[in-house]
Write a protein that binds this ligand. Structure first.
Ligand SMILES: O=C(O)c1ccc[n+]([C@@H]2O[C@H](COP(=O)([O-])O)[C@@H](O)[C@H]2O)c1
Ligand SMILES: Cc1cc2nc[nH]c2cc1C
Length: 354
């Protein structure tokens, strides 16, 4: 609990001075002011997060948190066999996953964290062991985990980021792997946004319409049986969350506490962002939503957070794939701010003074 408390206390508002300087510079670069659109805004926000007028994005990492969910197997609403979570972790270790390809594309290293994979597997040392349990319990019959376990999951996520800072960390992406995790994510969406479970529940990795109907009923039951206290995000995580969802929320808090921008991946990562947002009144500007997930209801969460994701490519994979693309855009934004010459430097007539 001490680590969580300290991390929360260390999250400060963005550095307004650094942002003012970055904004001024954007205005003097050889282009019509505002013509790089949201890339300009992004560079200014990253300056505020990193507390430097000329931010730096060299060391990039995607954190992919893995965990399982017994609810979807016990209630017969699973999209795929449970062992896929463990198999995919090993696939990521050997470089064969979609997230590997897109992390490579954006020049980010991949950090894998086992938060509670249920299927036994030979966990290589390169996968961080932050296991809280053997998969989250059935949320339609009781809580996903105890309150103590929820704190442990959050702190496992915090530690995962802190451990990587020594290696270099200018920006992070946060994603997940966990068969069944759209079910708790949808429950969290419904609780916070006030949307009916039907509006925020979709096919996830792939279930048919009949199964979606049952999934919606499972989510209604989870909310009804557990009665999570919205004003207490740890209670929400414990009752209707999951170990990897806690890990992601913790990672977001840790990065923000160290002045590191957080690129949020897709549907499930955004449920973790909702929790982080409830845990810290200061974290919101540190969270950059990478893309509009195609999973039903995503817009409710983005709208609730008053944010517009950077991309809308119809992605619904998770793993950190959208975050990898988002990191590329952040890097592009920062490079533009740093590398475009000013009117003065380039000997171009300053259009802002005409
Ligand atoms: O992030 C997203 O937008 C997203 C949307 C749908 C599914 N997923 C991935 O699919 C898995 C969860 O889907 P499901 O149907 O098993 O709950 C999990 O491994 C996620 O990474 C991810
Ligand atoms: C193969 C597979 C890969 C995934 N990656 C994220 N969720 C997934 C679900 C499945 C089924």
């Amino acid at each position: 609990m001490d680590l969580l408390k300290k991390t929360l206390a260390d999250i400060k508002p963005l550095d307004e001075k650094a942002m003012d300087k970055a904004r001024e510079r954007q205005y003097k670069l050889t282009k019509p002011p505002g013509s790089l659109g949201r890339l300009e805004d992004l560079s200014i926000i990253i300056a505020g997060i990193q507390r430097q007028a000329l931010p730096e994005i060299k060391n990039k990492a995607i954190f992919t948190f893995a965990g399982d969910h017994h609810v979807v197997f016990e209630e017969d609403i699973a999209s795929a066999p449970m062992e896929i979570t463990a198999q995919q972790v090993l696939n990521f270790v050997s470089g064969g996953g979609a997230v590997n390809a897109l992390a490579n594309h954006s020049g980010a290293r991949l950090v894998l964290i086992d938060m509670g994979v249920a299927t036994p597997y030979d966990r290589p040392d390169s996968v961080k062991d932050k296991r809280v349990g053997k998969g989250a319990s059935n949320i339609s019959r009781g809580p996903a985990m105890t309150r103590l376990e929820a704190v442990k999951a959050l702190e496992g996520g915090i530690e995962s980021v802190l451990e990587e800072i020594g290696i270099g960390l200018d920006i992070i992406g946060v994603g997940e792997m966990g068969i069944g995790n759209t079910t708790p994510a949808s429950a969290i969406y419904a609780l916070y946004t006030g949307a009916d479970p039907e509006e925020v529940t979709g096919p996830g990795a792939g279930i048919d319409d009949e199964t979606i109907k049952r999934k919606i009923e499972v989510i209604r039951k989870a909310l009804d049986v557990n009665k999570p206290d919205k004003t207490d995000p740890i209670d929400v995580l414990a009752k209707i969350g999951g170990f990897e969802i806690g890990g992601m929320a913790g990672a977001m808090l840790a990065a923000a506490s160290k002045g590191i921008p957080v690129v949020v991946d897709g549907f499930i990562s955004t449920a973790a962002a909702l929790l982080a947002d409830q845990l810290s009144p200061e974290i919101s500007p540190y969270l950059i939503l990478s893309h509009h997930s195609a999973e039903r209801g995503y817009g409710h969460a983005a709208g609730f957070m008053k944010q517009k994701p950077l991309l809308d490519l119809g992605l619904r994979l998770g793993e950190g794939t959208g975050a990898a693309l988002g990191i590329s855009l952040c890097e592009a934004a920062v490079r533009a701010l740093k590398e475009i010459r000013t009117f003065d430097q380039a000997g171009v007539t300053d259009v802002t003074e005409l």
